[in-house]
Design a protein around this ligand. Structure first.
Ligand SMILES: [Zn+2]
Length: 75
């Protein structure tokens, strides 16, 4: 499940693809987002931005270790 063509304030681009957080990502969100089930993150290389669905202004960044890899993994 994805949001496509979304604006990302970290990338400063309007064509970003977002996906719902997965696995351990849910455990490292900021305190105010704990317990939510509607958090989405930007999938672009080098980005860590996430936000609650429909509330971009409440977005934040995941810890450094959850930064997207610089290059897309081979499939
Ligand atoms: Zn981004």
């Amino acid at each position: 499940m994805f949001f496509e063509k979304k604006y990302c304030p970290t990338c400063k681009k309007y064509d970003r693809k977002f996906r719902k957080l997965e696995g351990r990502e849910w455990t490292v969100v900021e305190q105010r987002h704990r317990g939510r089930t509607d958090l989405w993150r930007c999938t672009s290389a080098g980005c860590r931005f996430y936000q609650p669905a429909h509330n971009q202004r409440d977005g934040a960044r995941l810890p450094e270790e959850f930064r997207n890899p610089a290059a897309e993994p081979a499939e």
